[in-house]
Ligand binder design. Structure first.
Ligand code: FEO
Length: 493
């Protein structure tokens, strides 16, 4: 089955209503997904991307019903991950010599997955073009780390269609193909979930790449993604959304998540949330038990929040494992411009809260006071939790709040539970950097060590970062200097 997209472009992809897991089991696809492949029939016949490997046979069968496979002149693979290039083995068995246009990095990953180094790969770079007849061309735009090193987009001139691959997509399955035909709330929820869980670490690059593409001044009539819908109506809306989300995004929202052995930490969460709401009724407050809720939804809420509170009971003197897992994810997603604080109840020792606080600090959050409660919080301890919530609400407020109420006699008599505090580590101002300050690529974590330089780019050992030329590209991911930040020496070794 094919769907007409525009002029001589047809969708020849595959819908997947039942998929529930992506990237192993790390991304839950409650709305299914689609694998969008496009067939262009101009002077030349071009296939853009394939589908997930589990649909290989159906895909090739359907494609053969649409076009004589031998008449396909070119295959374009924008990204080598198996949900897009997965049907290549089945397809290329039928058309073995057909040129495959992809990035240089994609050759490595396609060959690594399919083990056919003899395929007719044609590596392309940004700005390269392919004449497809009828006065139209395909122009290639490398998008490394959006979200793999091999990713690229393909722009079709005249029709002004941008085949964007993963970027601007969603894991969303619907019988309708176009954005103006589906439920708008569902659509934007899935777009934001996709961005928050997959693209957040690459936000600096998202901004740089979109500005680069906009700088070409190309008209865009459609954005044809590789997952979910095709943006036909106001296609630039999703591009503008990405720019907004990539720019240290936050809403007036606070998210609390925790795990609780005996309900005590949950009681603390409830009381803290009450205190926040009491002082700032306008702020959205969301609470989740990580053991019982969809992890990707919690991470999306973190993405939307100005601040988070992370709670755990102390178990074996450390935090509960599901909280630790969430903190590992949050560290990898590299959220910025957010505040955080830890809380939790304990019995013999309170190691969990200390560890959470340290992990939050290492993950780049601006840290506020943490809060511990010994055993089950009683009325006094819960009053302290509410007061803690009030303090954080004032501290994290995005707008002026009413003056705090006077402390009541009951609250004043409460014996505070043990409270720990750690000051956030301030990054040194640029002027204070030493010449031997190492620099961290925030996209791929490669570290520039001034002592070593980067001889492959003619940067001699001993060159401080300030003297590294602006043309420098990260050897790890190929991105420029703009995504580098100073990193602590101990974090870089
Ligand atoms: Fe949709 Fe990166 O694969």
């Amino acid at each position: 089955m094919s769907i007409h997209v525009k002029n001589n472009i047809h969708w020849v992809g595959q819908r997947d209503w039942e998929v529930r897991d992506f990237h192993g089991t790390e991304y839950k696809t409650h709305k299914g997904t689609s694998y969008n492949s496009y067939l262009i029939r101009e002077g030349k016949n071009v296939l853009i991307d394939t589908v997930d490997h589990k649909f290989s046979r159906e895909f090739v069968q359907n494609l053969a019903a649409e076009i004589d496979l031998a008449s396909i002149d070119y295959v374009v693979i924008n990204h080598a991950e198996e949900d897009h290039a997965g049907a290549l083995t089945e397809l290329m068995a039928r058309i073995p010599g057909t040129p495959i246009y992809c990035t240089h990095n994609a050759i490595d990953s396609i060959t690594g997955h399919h083990h056919h180094p003899e395929w007719n790969f044609q590596p392309v770079k940004t700005g390269d073009s392919l004449d497809i007849g009828n006065g139209k061309q395909l122009v290639f735009i490398e998008t490394p780390m959006l979200h793999w090193p091999d990713s690229m987009m393909t722009y079709m001139t005249e029709d002004a269609v941008l085949f964007s691959n993963d970027a601007f997509g969603q894991h969303y399955c619907d019988e309708h193909l176009f954005n103006d035909e589906v439920d708008q709330t569902e659509l934007m929820e899935q777009c934001q979930r996709y961005y928050a869980n997959i693209l957040t670490p690459f936000s600096p690059l998202v901004t740089a790449k979109i500005k680069e593409v906009l700088g070409f001044n190309l008209p865009v009539s459609m954005v044809a993604t590789s997952h979910g819908i095709v943006w036909r109506e106001d296609p630039t809306q999703i591009i503008l959304k990405y720019l907004e989300w990539a720019d240290h995004y936050q809403e007036d929202r606070i998210t609390l998540f925790y795990d609780s052995m005996s309900n005590n930490t949950r009681m603390m969460a409830d009381a803290i949330a009450q205190g926040i709401h009491e002082v700032d009724p306008g702020v959205a407050v969301k609470i989740y038990n990580v053991a019982r809720h969809d992890k990707n939804e919690i991470l999306t809420q973190v993405f939307r929040s100005k601040g988070i509170l992370v709670g755990s009971s102390t178990m074996n003197n450390v935090m509960m494992p599901k909280v630790a897992g969430m903190l590992e994810e949050i560290t990898g997603l590299r959220f910025r411009n957010k505040r955080a604080s830890a809380f939790g109840s304990y019995g013999w020792t309170g190691g969990a809260v200390d560890r959470i606080q340290t992990r939050l600090m290492d993950a780049g959050f601006d840290i506020s006071l943490s809060l511990k409660a010994k055993w089950r919080p009683d009325g006094s301890a819960l009053a302290l939790c509410r007061e803690h919530g009030r303090q954080l609400a004032r501290q994290w407020a995005l707008h002026p709040l009413e003056a705090p109420r006077p402390i009541t006699t009951t609250q004043a008599a409460v014996t505070p539970a043990p409270v720990i505090a750690k000051a956030p580590q301030a990054a040194p101002a640029a002027a204070e950097w030493d010449d031997d300050q190492p620099m961290l690529c925030t996209v791929c974590q490669w570290v520039y060590d001034p002592a070593l330089g980067e001889p492959d780019q003619l940067v001699a050992p001993g060159t401080p970062w300030a003297q590294v030329p602006d043309s420098f590209l990260c050897p790890g991911c190929g991105i420029g200097k703009e995504v580098f930040e100073p990193c602590a020496v101990e974090a870089c070794v």
